[in-house]
Design a binder for this molecule. Structure first.
Ligand code: HSE
Length: 301
C-alpha cells in the first residue's frame, strides 16, 4: 500500500496584458491524497469547495490526468483511491482545472516512483491546457512567465515581494471556451504594442511592488475589452475597486472573478465590488489572498 498527498495552489492568469503567458500562484489550495491498497478498483471522493461539481466517475479530471501518466509508462492502476480536498472554486478563473490536472499528474508520477521531472509534467499539463499561464505558476509558485517556443517551453520565475490581493467571484457561469470565443481572431498593431509595452512594465512593477505604475501596467487591450461585457456589472466593478483603493484591477484568468492589487484597503475593495455585483443582480464571494511561493508540493507516506 502506498499513499501520496499532493497540494496545488490556485493561480491567477493573464494579470491584464500577460494573456496566455503570465500567471501567479495564490494562497488557496487543492489537496489530493492518492492511496493504493489490496482492494481492486478506483474510488473517488471529493469534499470542500464546489465538491458537488466534481464528478466521481471516469470523467474526473484528477483521474483522467493521472491516467495520462500511467499510460505513458504503459501501466494501469489496479487499485486507486483518490480523495480531493478542494478550496479552489470551480469555473472561477482561479486555475481550478490546472490544479486538478497537476494533482493527477504529480500524484500518479509519485506513485510510479517519479519517472518524470517537474519540467516534463509541466509540458504535459501545458499540452493539455493549451497554455502555460495557470499550470506553470501552480508548479513552481510565485510569478511565472511561460513562453511557448519552438524549442520548447521556457519558464521564467520573476521574484516578487509579498503582495496581497482581493479576489471577488460573482455568482455567474462563464465557460472558459465562451470567454475565448469572444476574442477577435486578429488584433491591430496598436493594440499589440499597447499590450507588449505594458507587459514589460507589469513585470517591473510587480517585481518592485510599484503600485502607482501597476495602475498603468495592468491595462490590456487583447482580451479584457471583449470579456468585460460578458459579465454583468464587471465594468462597474473595475471602477468600484479602483475608487475603493485598488491600484490595479484585472479579470482573473478567463473570469468571471476579478482580482485587485492594493497595498491596503482590501476589505473595503471587496465590499465595494460586492455592492456593484449585487446591483447587477449577482451575489459574490471575496477572498483576500497572498502570493503562494511554494508551488506544487508532493508528499509520499
Ligand atoms: N489565459 C487563459 C485565458 C486562462 O485567458 O483564456 C484561462 O484558461
Amino acid at each position: 500500500m502506498k499513499q501520496v498527498t499532493v497540494t496545488i495552489p490556485a493561480t491567477t492568469a493573464n494579470l491584464g496584458p500577460g494573456f496566455d503567458c503570465l500567471g501567479m500562484a495564490l494562497s488557496l489550495y487543492q489537496t489530493v491524497t492518492f492511496s493504493t491498497s489490496a482492494i481492486p478498483g478506483i474510488t473517488i471522493m471529493a469534499e470542500g469547495e464546489d465538491a458537488h461539481k466534481i464528478p466521481t466517475d471516469c470523467t474526473n479530471l484528477v483521474l483522467k490526468s493521472a491516467e495520462i501518466i500511467f499510460d505513458k509508462i504503459g501501466q494501469r492502476p489496479s487499485s486507486l483511491q483518490i480523495h480531493q480536498k478542494n478550496a479552489i472554486p470551480i469555473g472561477s478563473g482561479l486555475g481550478s482545472s490546472s490544479s486538478a490536472v497537476l494533482a493527477g499528474m504529480f500524484g500518479a508520477n509519485a506513485l510510479l516512483d517519479s519517472p518524470f521531472d517537474n519540467s516534463q509534467i509541466l509540458q504535459m499539463a501545458t499540452d493539455l491546457e493549451g497554455h502555460p499561464d495557470n499550470v506553470a505558476p501552480a508548479v513552481y509558485g510565485g510569478l511565472i512567465l511561460g513562453v511557448q517556443a519552438e524549442e520548447g517551453l521556457i519558464v521564467e520565475r520573476i521574484p516578487v515581494p509579498p503582495l496581497r490581493m482581493v479576489v471577488i467571484l460573482p455568482d455567474f457561469h462563464l465557460l472558459t471556451s465562451a470567454a475565448r470565443a469572444a476574442l477577435p481572431r486578429q488584433v491591430s498593431l496598436q493594440d499589440a504594442i499597447f499590450n507588449s509595452s505594458r507587459l514589460g512594465l507589469l513585470i517591473r512593477a510587480l517585481e518592485t511592488a510599484d503600485y502607482p505604475q501597476l495602475h498603468i501596467a495592468m491595462q490590456d487591450r487583447l482580451h479584457q475589452p471583449y470579456r468585460i461585457p460578458l459579465i454583468p456589472g464587471m465594468a462597474e466593478a473595475f471602477e468600484a475597486a479602483k475608487n475603493a483603493g485598488a491600484a490595479a484591477v484585472a479579470i482573473s484568468g478567463a473570469g468571471p472573478s476579478l482580482i485587485a492589487f492594493a497595498p491596503d484597503s482590501h476589505t473595503e475593495i471587496g465590499a465595494a465590488v460586492t455592492a456593484v455585483f449585487k446591483q447587477a443582480g449577482l451575489n459574490s464571494r471575496t477572498w483576500i489572498l497572498d502570493v503562494d511561493t511554494g508551488g506544487a508540493s508532493i508528499q509520499t507516506n
